[in-house]
Write a protein that binds this ligand. Sequence first.
Ligand code: NAD
Length: 478
Amino acid sequence: MQKNFINGQWVAAASGQTLPVHDPSTGEVFDEIARSVTEDVNHAVAAARATLSGAWGKMTATERGRILSRMSALILARAEELAQLEARDTGKPLSQARADIQVAARYCEFYGGAADKVHGQHIPYMNDFHVVVLREPYGVTAHILPWNYPAQMFGRSVVPALAMGNAAVLKPSEDACLTPLAFAAIAKEAGLPDGALNIVTGLGEEAGAALSAHPDINLITFTGSPEVGTLVQKAAADSLIKCVLELGGKSPQVVFEDADLDRAVQFVIRAITQNGGQTCSAGSRLLVQQSIYDRFIAMVAERFAQTAAGTPAMDRECGPLINRAQKERVEGFIRRAKDSGIQVLAQGKVADGVPDGGYYVAPTLFGPVPRDHQLACSEVFGPVLSAMPFTDEEDAVRLANATEFGLLAGIWTRDGGRQTRMAKKMQCGQVYLNCYGAGGGVELPFGGYKKSGHGREKGFLALEEFCIVKTVVQYHGE
Ligand code: NAD
């Protein structure tokens, strides 16, 4: 049974209640987590607040960085054990879970190394004045995270906050939170002072709502759905605190007639099957120039039909989806698309021998999808790809930007001028030219335009999100 991690201790929820943890590949319960409520959140925030004027607040940036670097080494030393845990908790294929653990370690390495390299400024001002700009931690940072990449999300959200000297309170998803809890044990072993990292598990409407409304947090960062993001931003507004939102996506892969089609097809498949399509930056819309539409779709369909959803150990293109509700939600999109008469161009399969109770959905390619159909506009968060033709560059821009989201875009063309024109016109936070990185790299600033959110994570920009600037003006005389 898993407990909360508060002030360096493992503690049960104040109510004594727990929530079951399901294995998505079988549907069976294999563990329990604490069902936290306001009292537990209060305890965690108080512990975080206390260490800011205690051991954690007194540490130098270099010491903070060394702790994060030690965490990286410990994660790598236990990489296989952690990957097995991540795969069990989320259902993802083992090779994906292994990659996720490597990325989590890389976040600790990157931000550990960067902790003492975010410097202030000296500003030339009037002769008898001395002006410096300091960068200080916000204080207590709250982190509410989703279930799709729990290990990576920990690295991406919590680690840069710690690097800048904040004390963090994390509410991971009730559907997948075991690797963040394992990272808490690793953080303690690496020497993180008690209270600098606190984890309260539980339901969003209980523990999540209590954390986002807590009067003593200084910044809140939320990754998840636009609907809950709106609630979190309202709670932040009530407290007048900063809010960083990383929300959904409906990212396009735009394939022009002069593209290297053999290369593009591999990325197109990977970008929608990775993590069963449960990736905010999944390439879920395939926009293809009319002149090559039939040829390229035939290439994609042939490869798509070979994909399968299987158990983590089968290590196929997809695992199961996270839970029954998500499976039913995705199946609903597929059923409604079929009912609307949209053609299934190719379908992968559910691998032979998967357990009956698992949440598997076969990868499905639809096309041509009408531009105003919900499949063309809404985030499915499953292995469902919508193909649509476009005529020319202008039409491609219009179509690529036609959703309320703006997270990523992939542009496939050999024309250098078109690459730059397209990159400049995409309303989204990352543009990939002749490549695509669902999830992006640790070093690469990441975040949304429009309803995909605001604020930036990853890279050095994340460190700037987690520190507040103070300008100190000193009159020192002649
Ligand atoms: P979700 O919004 O349902 O839940 C996210 C987190 O919010 C969970 O920890 C949940 O417990 C909590 N929560 C739920 N209700 C809450 C409330 N009332 N108050 C406070 N917290 C609450 O999202 P999900 O289903 O876990 O994840 C899928 C969504 O996340 C998709 O829309 C996906 O695109 C998005 N996502 C975005 C990014 C990104 O970086 N942009 C990354 C991963 C996932």
